[in-house]
Design a protein around this ligand. Sequence first.
Ligand SMILES: Nc1ncnc2c1ncn2[C@@H]1O[C@H](COP(=O)(O)OP(=O)(O)OP(=O)(O)O)[C@@H](O)[C@H]1O
Length: 613
Amino acid sequence: MNRKTKNTELSALLAIAGEKKGLLLAAAVLSVCSGVLQLAPFVAVYQIIKEMLQQAQAPAAIGAEALLRWGVLAFVAMLASLLALYAGSMCSHIAAFRILYRLRVRLSGHVAGVQMGYHTRTASGEVKKIIESSVEKLENFIAHQLPDLVTAFVIPLLLIGYMFWLDPWLALVSFIPIVLGFWLQGRVFLSAEGRQAYRDYQQAVEEMNATGVEYVRGMPAVKIFGIKAESFLTFHDAVQRYRDISLHITAICKTPYSLFFVLISSLFTFVVPAGILLASGQAGSQSFALTFILFLILAPSLSAPLLKLMLIGGGLRDVVENNKRIAAIFAEPLTPEPAAPRNPDAYDIVYRGVTFAYAEPGSSDYKPALHEIDFTAPAGALTALVGPSGGGKSTIANLLLRFWDVTSGEIAIGGVPIREIGTARLMAAVSFVFQDVHLFYDTIEANIRMGNTAASREAVIAAAEAACCHAFIMRLPDGYATRIGEGGTNLSGGEAQRIAIARAILKDAPILVLDEATAYADAENEQNIQAGLSRLIRGKTVLMIAHRLSTIRNAQQILVIRQGRVVERGTHDALRAQAGLYEQMWQAHIHSAGWRLGSYPARNAAAQGGSAG
Ligand SMILES: Nc1ncnc2c1ncn2[C@@H]1O[C@H](COP(=O)(O)OP(=O)(O)OP(=O)(O)O)[C@@H](O)[C@H]1O
């Protein structure tokens, strides 16, 4: 990663934190105050010892009042320190939760605005993980680590400054092990080997998580095909890689980390011999003895913030990693919107010389999907897209919604290029019934209403009746208020498809795109869905992708798509007369329609009879 990218990540992190500057500053100041106040008991002990030493010859002269005063001061300072810690922690937590909220809202908004290509390139689990856990980890950083970091920096600086002011030689002796400890740590962590090991570690964790999720998701296949855990090689390998890199990191870190820990935790063991050595030159000096005592008190209190600094330093790498993931989402470009959106006043659709290629995941290569597609879908008519699997039918439909933008050529609605219509108006003009219906974890009514949130209850029911789903909805325990999905009722593929059709009927958009809308229908259902569809498409411009050719027999126009090109076009009768690909597909369709399970015994019997004869 180059320096520029790193800076961008850091500035993105600071920009996020900067939104609540005031609260964060208050948290930092309060936690430094708390840290400084925590030193008060040490000062009190020092003052008490000083008083006792000064009156060593006549202990009776030691002023009990002075000792009490220092005791009370230490107690009050500790109370004040706890109060400051509490107030600082409140500030940092309030700041953290507000920042997290703003960040999640911004991220969700951005994710909704980026082009569909991002969502197909990126696993939905990954985006969810970033919005949930990467953002959540910032809470720990902002609410806890940031104030701790400031305190862990400021307190040792103040202490070291004070120690140098008291006695530069003793301070130097305390300071040398600190420098040595950090140097030993830095030598490993900042070396090329250390940095590479950390990157490998991160990658190993990600791989292990991703393959672990895959393993659990693929459990039905694992069970059906009897694949044992050890033989699930990718997951197994990922776990082994994680173990190896963890052991490698432990091996390179154990000595410097142990030395660092020992050096920082035992600063006073350096101070004692140095003090004795220096004291031998100043025998009888009471003031040196006092300074020495103060050093013995202060040196251990330096260790705690320094060790904390080290721990936070390790955690910061995680924060930077998480921030990198969050910044990568924000770096994803949004669907370009026109400066002045235009409204089409007609709803015919024209594809003119449309060529499109998908970006290959993880490379800068592109995979061509469509070549010079030209056709007009007249307003109010049904245009069907048929053809072999992988030919490009869904891609043609998806481009109309600007899930991706065309590589070259143009798509226009009512003469207005779709880029100039603007996403909101485009979405309002088009209804889409996908092959894979997505229903939200909500009530049936809310799912249908998604097409038109302002619709009346009667309109929702009318749409459900038109889509032939009213009857089965009424059989559900709570009717239209039944919750779908996790923790609620599960619908069959055909039922979910009819809900999606009801949603589209309610939306009543002038353009309708149906991608395999009858995919899940059984023979009885298909009639219902067809009935719903014929009500839905009346008077609209329809693009319909169908594998069952019987469903599009009456289309005004049929386009046969193969290998990203329109290879035949015309009505059903005209295409059959051409005796080309469509005719082959039609024959195959008729054959498969006649090939039902019920016919098996008769055929089988015939075959057996034939062989017997
Ligand atoms: N999101 C994507 N990223 C990369 N390539 C894709 C993507 N979606 C489709 N493709 C590829 O584009 C080509 C056309 O696919 P498309 O889904 O449009 O065909 P289709 O005719 O609708 O197929 P089917 O009838 O099986 O649904 C295929 O080679 C497919 O692998």
